[in-house]
Write a protein that binds this ligand. Sequence first.
Ligand SMILES: CC(=O)N[C@H](C=O)[C@@H](O)[C@H](O)[C@H](O)COP(=O)(O)O
Length: 229
Amino acid sequence: MSAFTDTIIASMAGGLVVSCQAYPGEPLRHPETMAQMAAAVEAGGAVAVRAQGLSDVSAVKGRVSVPVVGIWKEGDEGIYITPTLRHARCVAAAGADIVALDGTRRDRADGLTLAETIKALKEEYDVAVMADCGSVDDGLFAAEAGADLIGTTLSGYTGERPKTDGPDYEVIETLVNKLDGGRPVIAEGRVHTPDQARRAMDLGAHAVVVGTAITHPTSITGWFSAALS
Ligand SMILES: CC(=O)N[C@H](C=O)[C@@H](O)[C@H](O)[C@H](O)COP(=O)(O)O
């Protein structure tokens, strides 16, 4: 890791990362809108912002001074979060400080291993790499492959873990213990309340990512209206 990526990762310690994403066809889907959302969460204390798609990554990077975690989703099944080296390079070129990519043990579309992908990306760009993992075994594999940050993003979405209502505390805690400080664990996925974020942090997460519960009004509205029906 470079001094730059060390500093970026250290700056996130104990903090809240907010994921600002609007999905295809949704009313808020526009880079400028996501940049405004990012500025709003930065004002609220987010230590970093996660953004999806090259236009959003650039727009968000231009608007906030906290680090940007960039991803590029292609599709929504199998390996779809920054699935290949080409996607990862583009996310870095778009301005991401941290490139998040699929960190599972599944075969990648471009035939490269996760380790080869991370090595090639880091040879070209001074970025940190966050591995979005779906299980403890993924997390250990991604750490071995050279990822700087191990995220629980895909727990409940790859078939290896049940999709819990809230965060997958078991994966967070086990990864923290098994990695034993060797790599920071980022708790991401279904963190819907401040208490859940606190608990994930208390289990030893380096930072907690919240998306839907802060930046997806359609889902939040649905939660409230379901409670009233
Ligand atoms: C599984 C997957 O594709 N997760 C995506 C990854 O970027 C996003 O759709 C999530 O919103 C993000 O991980 C934050 O999680 P939550 O919205 O649950 O706080």
